[in-house]
Design a protein around this ligand. Structure first.
Ligand code: GDP
Length: 250
Protein backbone atom coordinates (compact mmCIF):
# COMPACT_ATOMS: atom_id res chain seq x y z
CA UNK A 1 0.00 0.00 0.00
CA UNK A 2 1.65 3.18 -1.17
CA UNK A 3 0.90 6.89 -1.35
CA UNK A 4 2.53 10.30 -1.43
CA UNK A 5 3.64 12.40 1.52
CA UNK A 6 0.19 13.80 2.35
CA UNK A 7 -1.63 10.45 2.31
CA UNK A 8 1.11 9.05 4.57
CA UNK A 9 0.64 11.92 7.02
CA UNK A 10 -3.12 11.23 7.19
CA UNK A 11 -2.96 7.43 7.45
CA UNK A 12 0.12 6.20 9.35
CA UNK A 13 -1.92 3.46 11.04
CA UNK A 14 -3.31 2.08 7.74
CA UNK A 15 0.13 2.16 6.12
CA UNK A 16 1.63 0.23 9.05
CA UNK A 17 -1.13 -2.41 9.34
CA UNK A 18 -1.84 -3.05 5.66
CA UNK A 19 1.82 -3.35 4.75
CA UNK A 20 2.70 -5.63 7.67
CA UNK A 21 -0.15 -7.92 6.58
CA UNK A 22 0.92 -7.78 2.92
CA UNK A 23 4.55 -8.53 3.89
CA UNK A 24 3.67 -11.56 5.98
CA UNK A 25 1.07 -12.89 3.55
CA UNK A 26 3.33 -12.68 0.48
CA UNK A 27 6.59 -13.79 2.09
CA UNK A 28 5.19 -16.55 4.29
CA UNK A 29 3.09 -18.01 1.46
CA UNK A 30 6.09 -17.84 -0.87
CA UNK A 31 8.09 -19.85 1.64
CA UNK A 32 5.23 -22.34 2.17
CA UNK A 33 4.75 -22.90 -1.58
CA UNK A 34 8.47 -23.17 -2.38
CA UNK A 35 8.85 -19.92 -4.31
CA UNK A 36 12.56 -19.70 -5.14
CA UNK A 37 12.96 -15.94 -5.32
CA UNK A 38 10.97 -12.90 -4.20
CA UNK A 39 11.96 -9.31 -4.98
CA UNK A 40 10.10 -6.90 -2.71
CA UNK A 41 9.85 -3.16 -3.24
CA UNK A 42 10.90 -0.86 -0.39
CA UNK A 43 11.44 2.90 -0.55
CA UNK A 44 14.07 5.39 0.61
CA UNK A 45 11.49 6.43 3.27
CA UNK A 46 12.78 3.42 5.25
CA UNK A 47 16.03 5.19 6.07
CA UNK A 48 16.64 7.13 9.30
CA UNK A 49 15.62 10.78 9.36
CA UNK A 50 18.75 11.89 11.21
CA UNK A 51 21.63 10.45 9.22
CA UNK A 52 24.75 11.16 7.24
CA UNK A 53 24.65 11.47 3.44
CA UNK A 54 24.70 9.74 1.08
CA UNK A 55 22.55 7.03 2.61
CA UNK A 56 23.43 3.45 1.66
CA UNK A 57 21.92 -0.02 2.05
CA UNK A 58 23.71 -0.74 5.35
CA UNK A 59 21.97 2.14 7.20
CA UNK A 60 18.32 1.06 7.12
CA UNK A 61 17.92 0.23 10.81
CA UNK A 62 20.20 2.93 12.26
CA UNK A 63 17.54 5.26 13.69
CA UNK A 64 13.90 6.35 13.55
CA UNK A 65 12.44 7.25 10.12
CA UNK A 66 10.92 10.67 9.35
CA UNK A 67 7.76 11.32 11.41
CA UNK A 68 5.61 11.99 8.31
CA UNK A 69 5.64 8.36 7.15
CA UNK A 70 6.84 6.21 10.05
CA UNK A 71 3.95 3.71 9.64
CA UNK A 72 4.97 2.89 6.08
CA UNK A 73 8.71 3.09 6.83
CA UNK A 74 8.68 0.68 9.77
CA UNK A 75 6.42 -1.78 7.92
CA UNK A 76 8.74 -1.77 4.91
CA UNK A 77 11.83 -2.22 7.13
CA UNK A 78 10.24 -5.44 8.39
CA UNK A 79 10.56 -6.94 4.89
CA UNK A 80 14.32 -6.78 5.36
CA UNK A 81 14.02 -8.48 8.77
CA UNK A 82 11.78 -11.16 7.23
CA UNK A 83 14.16 -11.75 4.30
CA UNK A 84 17.20 -12.13 6.54
CA UNK A 85 15.42 -14.55 8.88
CA UNK A 86 14.13 -16.55 5.90
CA UNK A 87 17.69 -16.94 4.64
CA UNK A 88 19.04 -17.86 8.07
CA UNK A 89 16.35 -20.48 8.75
CA UNK A 90 15.63 -21.86 5.26
CA UNK A 91 18.41 -20.62 2.97
CA UNK A 92 15.89 -18.71 0.80
CA UNK A 93 17.31 -15.80 -1.17
CA UNK A 94 14.43 -13.33 -0.93
CA UNK A 95 15.60 -9.75 -1.40
CA UNK A 96 14.40 -6.15 -1.88
CA UNK A 97 14.98 -3.13 -4.11
CA UNK A 98 14.94 0.33 -2.53
CA UNK A 99 13.85 2.78 -5.24
CA UNK A 100 13.93 6.54 -4.88
CA UNK A 101 10.96 8.67 -6.08
CA UNK A 102 9.29 6.82 -9.01
CA UNK A 103 7.25 8.30 -11.86
CA UNK A 104 6.00 7.33 -15.30
CA UNK A 105 2.96 6.19 -17.33
CA UNK A 106 0.28 4.00 -15.67
CA UNK A 107 0.92 5.60 -12.26
CA UNK A 108 -1.72 6.48 -9.69
CA UNK A 109 -2.57 10.09 -10.65
CA UNK A 110 -5.07 10.72 -7.82
CA UNK A 111 -4.05 14.24 -6.76
CA UNK A 112 -4.87 13.92 -3.05
CA UNK A 113 -3.13 10.56 -2.54
CA UNK A 114 -0.36 10.22 -5.10
CA UNK A 115 3.37 11.00 -5.19
CA UNK A 116 4.79 14.31 -6.31
CA UNK A 117 5.40 13.65 -10.02
CA UNK A 118 2.00 12.16 -10.88
CA UNK A 119 0.47 14.92 -8.73
CA UNK A 120 2.31 17.66 -10.64
CA UNK A 121 1.60 16.07 -14.02
CA UNK A 122 -2.13 15.77 -13.32
CA UNK A 123 -2.41 19.26 -11.76
CA UNK A 124 -0.54 20.92 -14.64
CA UNK A 125 -2.71 19.10 -17.21
CA UNK A 126 -5.86 20.42 -15.47
CA UNK A 127 -4.43 23.93 -14.91
CA UNK A 128 -3.67 24.23 -18.63
CA UNK A 129 -7.07 22.86 -19.68
CA UNK A 130 -9.00 25.10 -17.28
CA UNK A 131 -6.77 28.20 -17.65
CA UNK A 132 -6.06 28.26 -13.90
CA UNK A 133 -2.81 28.65 -11.85
CA UNK A 134 -0.78 25.55 -10.97
CA UNK A 135 -0.76 24.92 -7.21
CA UNK A 136 2.46 23.26 -6.01
CA UNK A 137 2.39 21.99 -2.41
CA UNK A 138 5.29 23.05 -0.18
CA UNK A 139 8.20 25.41 -0.89
CA UNK A 140 9.69 23.47 -3.82
CA UNK A 141 13.05 23.36 -2.00
CA UNK A 142 13.00 19.68 -0.95
CA UNK A 143 15.44 17.45 -2.84
CA UNK A 144 14.60 14.14 -4.49
CA UNK A 145 16.21 11.60 -6.83
CA UNK A 146 13.62 10.68 -9.46
CA UNK A 147 13.66 7.36 -11.29
CA UNK A 148 11.62 6.63 -14.41
CA UNK A 149 9.38 3.57 -13.91
CA UNK A 150 10.59 2.07 -17.21
CA UNK A 151 14.21 2.16 -15.95
CA UNK A 152 13.19 0.74 -12.57
CA UNK A 153 11.31 -2.11 -14.26
CA UNK A 154 14.51 -3.04 -16.13
CA UNK A 155 16.40 -3.03 -12.83
CA UNK A 156 13.79 -5.28 -11.18
CA UNK A 157 14.12 -7.84 -13.98
CA UNK A 158 17.90 -7.77 -13.55
CA UNK A 159 17.57 -8.24 -9.76
CA UNK A 160 15.19 -11.17 -10.30
CA UNK A 161 17.54 -12.89 -12.74
CA UNK A 162 21.06 -11.93 -11.65
CA UNK A 163 21.27 -10.37 -8.18
CA UNK A 164 22.02 -13.06 -5.62
CA UNK A 165 22.24 -11.12 -2.34
CA UNK A 166 19.63 -11.12 0.42
CA UNK A 167 20.78 -7.62 1.40
CA UNK A 168 18.70 -4.95 -0.37
CA UNK A 169 19.94 -2.79 -3.23
CA UNK A 170 19.13 0.88 -3.87
CA UNK A 171 17.62 1.53 -7.33
CA UNK A 172 18.42 5.14 -8.09
CA UNK A 173 20.10 7.66 -10.33
CA UNK A 174 23.34 9.07 -8.91
CA UNK A 175 23.70 11.72 -6.21
CA UNK A 176 24.69 14.22 -8.90
CA UNK A 177 21.22 13.84 -10.43
CA UNK A 178 19.36 14.91 -7.30
CA UNK A 179 16.83 17.68 -8.11
CA UNK A 180 14.69 20.16 -6.22
CA UNK A 181 10.91 19.85 -6.39
CA UNK A 182 11.06 23.17 -8.27
CA UNK A 183 13.24 21.50 -10.94
CA UNK A 184 10.55 18.83 -11.28
CA UNK A 185 7.83 21.51 -11.54
CA UNK A 186 9.81 23.28 -14.28
CA UNK A 187 10.17 20.01 -16.24
CA UNK A 188 6.42 19.29 -16.06
CA UNK A 189 5.54 22.90 -17.00
CA UNK A 190 7.84 22.53 -20.02
CA UNK A 191 6.42 19.07 -20.80
CA UNK A 192 2.92 20.54 -21.22
CA UNK A 193 4.02 23.95 -22.54
CA UNK A 194 2.05 25.45 -19.60
CA UNK A 195 2.16 29.26 -19.66
CA UNK A 196 0.02 30.05 -16.58
CA UNK A 197 0.97 31.13 -13.06
CA UNK A 198 2.77 28.70 -10.71
CA UNK A 199 1.95 29.14 -6.99
CA UNK A 200 3.96 27.47 -4.18
CA UNK A 201 1.69 26.81 -1.18
CA UNK A 202 4.15 27.04 1.74
CA UNK A 203 1.40 26.29 4.27
CA UNK A 204 1.82 22.64 3.20
CA UNK A 205 4.65 20.40 4.48
CA UNK A 206 7.86 19.79 2.49
CA UNK A 207 8.26 16.40 4.16
CA UNK A 208 11.80 15.14 4.52
CA UNK A 209 14.04 17.88 3.11
CA UNK A 210 16.34 15.33 1.49
CA UNK A 211 17.16 11.63 1.54
CA UNK A 212 20.13 11.54 -0.82
CA UNK A 213 20.88 7.89 -1.59
CA UNK A 214 24.02 6.30 -2.99
CA UNK A 215 23.74 4.09 -6.06
CA UNK A 216 27.35 2.90 -5.68
CA UNK A 217 26.28 -0.71 -5.07
CA UNK A 218 24.13 -0.72 -8.21
CA UNK A 219 26.94 0.89 -10.19
CA UNK A 220 29.37 -1.78 -8.98
CA UNK A 221 27.12 -4.44 -10.54
CA UNK A 222 25.92 -2.43 -13.56
CA UNK A 223 28.50 0.26 -14.44
CA UNK A 224 27.02 0.78 -17.92
CA UNK A 225 23.30 0.99 -17.03
CA UNK A 226 21.78 3.99 -18.85
CA UNK A 227 19.00 5.93 -17.16
CA UNK A 228 16.48 7.73 -19.39
CA UNK A 229 17.28 11.48 -19.28
CA UNK A 230 14.91 13.17 -16.81
CA UNK A 231 13.42 15.76 -19.20
CA UNK A 232 12.63 13.08 -21.83
CA UNK A 233 11.05 10.80 -19.22
CA UNK A 234 8.89 13.63 -17.85
CA UNK A 235 7.76 14.56 -21.37
CA UNK A 236 6.78 10.91 -22.06
CA UNK A 237 4.78 10.86 -18.82
CA UNK A 238 2.96 14.14 -19.66
CA UNK A 239 2.17 12.88 -23.17
CA UNK A 240 0.94 9.55 -21.80
CA UNK A 241 -1.44 11.23 -19.34
CA UNK A 242 -2.82 13.57 -22.01
CA UNK A 243 -3.34 10.71 -24.50
CA UNK A 244 -4.94 8.37 -21.93
CA UNK A 245 -6.81 10.75 -19.65
CA UNK A 246 -10.07 8.78 -19.78
CA UNK A 247 -8.48 5.60 -18.46
CA UNK A 248 -5.82 6.89 -16.02
CA UNK A 249 -6.13 6.03 -12.33
CA UNK A 250 -7.28 9.28 -10.77
P1 GDP B 1 8.17 11.66 -0.55
O1 GDP B 1 9.25 11.74 -1.60
O2 GDP B 1 8.11 10.32 0.11
O3 GDP B 1 8.24 12.78 0.45
O4 GDP B 1 6.75 11.76 -1.24
P2 GDP B 1 6.15 12.59 -2.46
O5 GDP B 1 6.41 11.90 -3.73
O6 GDP B 1 4.72 12.79 -2.08
O7 GDP B 1 6.93 13.99 -2.53
C1 GDP B 1 6.70 14.98 -1.56
C2 GDP B 1 7.44 16.27 -1.89
O8 GDP B 1 6.90 16.87 -3.08
C3 GDP B 1 7.28 17.31 -0.77
O9 GDP B 1 8.44 18.12 -0.69
C4 GDP B 1 6.07 18.09 -1.25
O10 GDP B 1 6.06 19.42 -0.69
C5 GDP B 1 6.31 18.15 -2.76
N1 GDP B 1 5.09 18.34 -3.57
C6 GDP B 1 4.79 19.44 -4.32
N2 GDP B 1 3.61 19.32 -4.95
C7 GDP B 1 3.12 18.08 -4.60
C8 GDP B 1 1.94 17.36 -4.97
O11 GDP B 1 1.08 17.81 -5.72
N3 GDP B 1 1.80 16.10 -4.43
C9 GDP B 1 2.74 15.55 -3.60
N4 GDP B 1 2.54 14.30 -3.12
N5 GDP B 1 3.87 16.22 -3.24
C10 GDP B 1 4.06 17.46 -3.73
Amino acid sequence: MVGGLYKNMRQNLDFWRDNVHINDNVLYMSQEFGVVKVVSCLSTCVFPDKTTYPIDETMMHNGAPHESNYGYAYAKRMIDVHNRACFQQYGLRYTAVIPTNIFGPHDNFNIEDCHVMPGLVHKTYLAKKEGKPLQVWGSGRALRQFIYSVDLARLFVWVLREYDEVEPIIGSVGEEDELTIKDAVDAVVEGFGFKGEVIYDTSKSDGQIKKTASNAKLRKYLPDFKFTPFIAAVKETCDWLAANYDIVRK
